[in-house]
Design a protein around this ligand. Structure first.
Ligand SMILES: Cc1cc2nc3c(=O)[nH]c(=O)nc-3n(C[C@H](O)[C@H](O)[C@H](O)COP(=O)(O)OP(=O)(O)OC[C@H]3O[C@@H](n4cnc5c(N)ncnc54)[C@H](O)[C@@H]3O)c2cc1C
Length: 416
């Protein structure tokens, strides 16, 4: 069933009897050509592009809970492609271009809203660094504008300009950045994949791999063994646990990240604003809630809930950037599990087990990557070669010291 304005009107006039479930609820088949583990954004996008782009239809997505229950439905919905390094920028720009056409592509309203992402700077050195990043973006053909203090004031007059401990010196603006309704991304990809023959199997936890003579033969699940020619793992925060079942220890740690939503307010924020003197980022949802977040909780955990000291830290960041936020009441908050890689950049690669592939290490920035990650992982699974924009996302960069470290302050595993 295709969705359209005409269809909505027709259903409204006929008692809404014609809507069908957006995807099937199939029983697992004994064998698939490709199994994707994880029904988050990345797993579902992978299945969608496997079917739509690479003609693979004997594909299953195995999800231990319900689709959209992981980070894809828990993030603060920000999309952008304002990266500095060559290993990252073309990949995230590829993702941005896919976002721009996504709703027409999978025929689902994901509320892609390019209302701009503004990164604030508070020192001269920080402004120099932003100028460098903006120039790197432009060299890669990506839009970037450097604003001075007055430019920021025109966009967001409610920020703390006057009595701030860290005065606002300007900001780097990417107008094509913005937000997307996060769980609709999971639903849209699921519906699009299902329509092309992919089996999306929920409540099916992978509990082990069957590996014979160095080759993966399938997976053990809570619904029995399922055979597969190839298996792709895209389980985000559970990466270390799942790959541990295949005997691999990853350069990844899992941490909790929290998100917060205020009560609904009249439109006030022009787009996404990030604080440069603390870890705080905020946007406003279409329902009016201020959606914001900050730093990870800082200890390893697989719990999807956070701790109170970080709540305090995030709220302090908000108060110092835009004191008016203190008048809004916090409506709800939650946590998700981040798969933090050692250099902050992802991994999309084969493993030493034939037929077993890995996608992870998305840290707290994987939502914006969803379309490109799905496409690149599908490319790898279908063709056994990396996609041109994801060639740098290999495991062996940690061995060789070829880190893709945007912040320039990560661990150097090759030196130890
Ligand atoms: C609070 C918060 C804010 C964030 N904000 C942003 C943001 O603004 N912008 C941005 O770009 N990124 C953001 N992120 C990061 C982003 O959400 C993640 O990097 C991304 O969603 C991870 O990929 P995914 O969608 O595939 O993960 P998930 O949705 O977590 O999918 C993984 C799935 O694997 C399943 N799974 C795990 N183990 C098994 C198993 N054994 N068998 C079967 N299934 C299994 C899980 O149940 C889960 O559904 C944020 C994350 C959080 C938590």
């Amino acid at each position: 069933m295709r969705y359209s304005g005409f269809k909505v009107i027709k259903e409204a006039l006929t008692g809404h009897k014609g809507w069908q479930p957006a995807w099937r609820d199939p029983a697992p088949q004994p064998h698939y050509d490709i199994i994707v583990i994880g029904g988050g954004g990345h797993g579902l996008a992978t299945a969608y592009y496997l079917a739509r782009q690479f003609g693979q239809h004997r594909v299953a997505v195995l999800e231990k809970g319900w689709i959209g229950g992981g980070n894809v439905g828990r993030n603060t919905t920000i999309i952008r492609s304002n990266y500095l390094l060559d290993g990252n920028e073309p990949f995230y720009e590829f993702s941005m271009k896919l976002w721009e056409n996504l709703e027409q592509d999978f025929n689902f309203n994901a509320m892609v809203s390019q209302r701009g992402v503004l990164n604030l700077c508070h020192t001269d050195a920080q402004r120099d660094a932003m100028r460098r990043r903006g120039n790197a973006m432009r060299l890669n053909g990506v839009d970037a504008e450097l604003l001075d203090t007055e430019g920021v004031r025109r966009m967001a007059p409610f920020l703390n300009f006057e009595s701030a401990r860290f005065p606002i010196k300007g900001g780097l603006l990417q107008r094509r950045g913005g937000t997307v309704r996060h769980d609709a991304v999971a639903w849209g990809y699921a519906r699009g994949a299902d329509a092309r023959g992919v089996d999306i199997i929920q409540n099916c936890e992978v509990t082990g791999f069957r590996i014979e003579n160095g080759r993966v033969k399938g997976v053990e699940t809570t619904r029995g063994f399922i055979g597969a020619g190839k298996v792709g793992v895209a389980v985000a925060g559970s990466s270390s646990k799942v790959m541990g079942m295949a005997g691999m220890r990853l350069p990844i740690e899992s941490h909790v990240l929290q998100a917060f939503v205020s009560e609904g307010l009249k439109p006030v924020l022009p787009g996404v604003i990030t604080y440069g003197a603390g870890h705080f980022y905020v946007s406003q949802s279409d329902k009016g809630g201020l959606v914001f977040g900050g730093d990870i909780d800082g200890y390893n955990s697989y719990a999807q809930r956070g701790n109170l000291p970080v709540v305090e830290d995030v709220c302090e960041g908000g108060m110092s950037l835009m004191p008016m936020i203190g008048r809004a009441r916090l409506l709800r908050m939650w946590g998700g599990i981040m798969d933090m890689s050692m250099d902050g950049s992802p991994i999309i690669d084969k493993t030493h087990v034939e037929g077993l592939y890995f996608n992870g290490g998305w840290c707290y920035g994987g939502f914006k990557a969803t379309p490109a990650s799905g496409w690149a992982f599908a490319h790898l699974l279908a063709t056994d070669t990396p996609h041109s924009t994801a060639k740098a996302y290999r495991f062996d960069r940690f061995l060789k010291g070829l880190m893709i470290d945007e912040k320039g302050m990560g661990a150097q595993p090759n030196l130890h």
